[in-house]
Design a protein around this ligand. Structure first.
Ligand SMILES: [Zn+2]
Ligand SMILES: [Zn+2]
Length: 296
């Protein structure tokens, strides 16, 4: 009975681990499919606008841009998942144990500065930033570039999708700001279940809503991480006002994206070796908190 229970729990845990990746993939593919449909079939949407119909070259340019962004999102995401940021298989060196090094009782080893243990991945991660629940993997020294590039193209793709879906909002609100149109935009699921709208109207409203919400979320994440990168901090270090590992904005960017930082975001295949090893870091400030001063 207990064996059956532990097996079932193992399966549920595995399903929960992969569920966010599956849901994200479905959402990205649905949004891409919808904007491709808008370009190929619905541009322009109104029959009286036929004179201004998009040319084949313009449609091809849109499709090319869409699939360039989709390719970058999926490629960066798969390289992010394939590139383990953990200490497994990394020679940490016994002689480097010094300031900033800690002992991890779970991994039973000394770990370098900026490394910390992830209880979801169950391993210590080099220059650990955070555990990404959307990918089910930690963001660390070796896969930060792919994480940031994926975020950048998700932001650009969602911005494009929001602009393309402006037409959908216009069509829905054409009848005026009625209870029906507001409900369709705010709670499309309820309108579908209650039989108030067709599945087609629901699909367009749902995807348009997802694009707006997704864009705001991804924009917040992206700009937060760009600010952290420029400051030479990880998400865990952001809580502290001290920036002992900051080497200046440009050097901080190189530390995260590598030598070809200005080019590597265009394609994940462009090699951009990282200047450090994720174990040793140049320290430019005090690692210890400043001693608190008693106010007079
Ligand atoms: Zn550990
Ligand atoms: Zn983790």
């Amino acid at each position: 009975m207990s064996v059956f229970g532990s097996r079932a729990r193992g399966r549920v845990e595995r399903a929960c681990h992969y569920l966010p990746v599956v849901v994200n993939t479905l959402l990205v593919l649905s949004i891409t499919g919808e904007v491709s449909y808008l370009v190929l079939v619905e541009a322009p949407r109104e029959p009286e606008q036929k004179a201004g119909e998009w040319s084949a070259v313009w449609k091809a340019a849109h499709l090319l841009l869409q699939y360039f962004m989709l390719g970058n999102i999926t490629w960066n995401a798969s390289l992010f998942l394939k590139t383990s940021p953990s200490i497994r298989g990394v020679f940490l060196g016994g002689d480097g144990v010094g300031q900033g090094w800690r002992y991890c009782y779970t991994c039973e080893t000394h770990t370098p500065p900026r490394c910390s243990h992830c209880y979801d991945c169950n391993v210590c991660v080099l220059r650990r930033d955070h555990h990404c629940v959307f990918f089910g993997q930690c963001v660390g020294f070796r896969n930060y570039r792919y994480f940031l590039s994926c975020l950048l193209f998700m932001w650009a793709g969602l911005l494009y999708a929001v602009v393309m879906n402006a037409e959908v909002f216009i069509v829905i609100l054409k009848e005026g700001v009625t209870l029906h149109s507001v409900m369709l935009l705010m709670v499309p699921w309820i309108m579908l279940v209650s039989g108030q709208v067709t599945a087609r109207a629901f699909a367009f409203a749902f995807i348009a809503d997802t694009c707006v919400v997704g864009f705001l979320l991804v924009a917040a994440f992206l700009f937060f991480h760009i600010a952290l990168m420029l400051r030479g901090q990880t998400t865990r270090e952001w809580y502290s006002s001290r920036r002992p590992y900051s080497l200046g904005p440009l050097a901080n960017v190189k530390e995260c994206l590598g030598q070809r930082w200005y080019l590597c975001w265009l394609c994940p295949l462009i090699p951009s070796p990282l200047p450090g090893d994720g174990i040793h870091f140049r320290v430019t400030g005090s690692l210890e908190p400043a001693s608190s001063t008693v106010s007079q």
